[in-house]
Ligand binder design. Structure first.
Ligand SMILES: Cc1cc2nc3c(=O)[nH]c(=O)nc-3n(C[C@H](O)[C@H](O)[C@H](O)COP(=O)(O)OP(=O)(O)OC[C@H]3O[C@@H](n4cnc5c(N)ncnc54)[C@H](O)[C@@H]3O)c2cc1C
Length: 329
């Protein structure tokens, strides 16, 4: 491991100052992703600001409806919270489908959102990777690419985003609340938090240096039934090949509202407004579900080894839509 400075402040102001004082410092929460990457020499921060002692571990019901989730709430705590289980069951399911019990006890809400790709070549310092070393090339394009993305890719990078939780949160219109040492705050929707790889795959999110996620806000849950379905190589302890988060409300025999988000297939947690619009007003039939799948997949591009994700996404989406509309008809 390469030497780095380490601080574990007790207050938010202290953590923000410690980060502002050291350009190149990184926040560390549960450390389950950042430390692994540091051990491999892929992340090389000069300084670590360990935020795990901060008082950011509460889940509060908001007066206007919805929840505020502290950045340090663990994945296990969030999945088990009674309000999450009753109001946002898809989020509970997504969290419980991720990693393992031990990891979920350590992994945090903010860390989960900002975890980095599991692309094999990103993890292998001997292989070219534009995300790890800009300009070096992409070993996944034309190489072994079974787990890579089919949506939102570029000629520079096809790495998929690994988070399950973020997929459910995208469907739920979650917003991250941030703070910097100068007192400025921002509230950023997940659509604007994540960046597409384009020509700069090493830039993955829109946070500024020293900007810390302090909480995640969930608006009140949308009407309808929710689900999260994850398809993977093993029944547990495996990242998604394809996942679908769906909330659909059927009223009077027609789809009144729909939210669809996808994991394992996009370079960021993927949401498709056009596919949602294609469902609204339609009867909940296999024809309308197939039409929604056509819309999602219109821009999909396989790279050989991951071509199977395209029909797998269609089958997973249509099965989820059937399941959650069945008893609403
Ligand atoms: C074997 C294994 C299997 C896994 N399987 C899955 C899976 O199936 N599904 C899944 O979704 N995940 C899976 N994970 C990933 C796991 O969920 C993440 O490692 C974890 O959520 C990261 O959270 P953390 O708190 O440990 O983050 P850290 O490692 O502490 O940080 C991750 C990143 O977030 C940044 N960060 C942390 N907190 C803040 C903050 N408050 N503000 C700004 N930046 C911050 C850090 O600087 C770092 O860049 C797996 C991990 C392992 C090791």
């Amino acid at each position: 491991m390469i030497a780095f400075d380490y601080a574990r402040p007790r207050t938010l102001a202290g953590a923000l100052k410690a980060s502002a004082d050291r350009p190149g410092a990184r926040f560390m929460a549960g450390g389950t992703n950042l430390l692994d990457l540091m051990k491999l020499g892929i992340e090389r921060p000069e300084a670590i600001v360990d935020v795990s002692a901060l008082d950011l571990r509460r889940i509060e019901a908001l007066e206007e409806g919805g929840l505020r989730i502290g950045a340090l709430v663990t994945n296990a705590e969030l999945a088990a919270h009674p309000l999450v289980r009753t109001l946002y069951p898809m989020l509970s399911r997504a969290l419980l489908a991720g990693a393992s019990g031990q990891l979920r006890n350590q992994a945090t809400t903010a860390g989960n959102l900002l975890q980095r790709t599991r692309c094999y070549f990103f993890y292998d310092p001997a292989s070219p990777c534009n995300k790890r070393e800009p300009g070096s090339g992409c070993s996944a394009i034309g190489g072994f690419n079974r787990i890579m993305a089919v949506l939102g890719t570029s000629d520079e990078c096809i790495a998929s985003h690994p988070s399950d939780m973020a997929v459910a949160m995208r469907a739920l219109d979650a917003l991250v609340e941030t703070r910097r040492a100068d007192g400025s705050t921002r509230c950023i929707g997940l659509d604007r938090l994540y960046r597409l790889p384009g020509e700069t795959p090493h830039l993955e999110h829109s946070l500024l240096p020293g900007e810390m996620i302090v909480s995640v806000r969930l608006p009140p849950p949308p009407p309808g039934r929710q689900t999260y379905r994850k398809v993977r190589d093993r029944a547990s302890y495996a990242f998604a090949l394809v996942s679908v988060a769906a909330v659909v409300h059927v009223f009077d025999g027609r789809i009144a509202s729909a939210r669809l988000a996808f994991g394992g297939v996009g370079t960021m947690p993927w949401r498709d407004a056009a596919a949602e619009a294609a469902l609204i007003g339609a009867a909940p039939t296999s024809e309308s579900f197939e039409r929604a799948a056509d819309v999602v997949l219109a821009g999909a591009k396989g790279h050989g080894g991951n071509d199977f994700k395209i029909p797998l996404l269609r089958r997973t989406l249509t099965a989820c839509l059937k399941q959650i509309t069945e008893d609403q008809r």
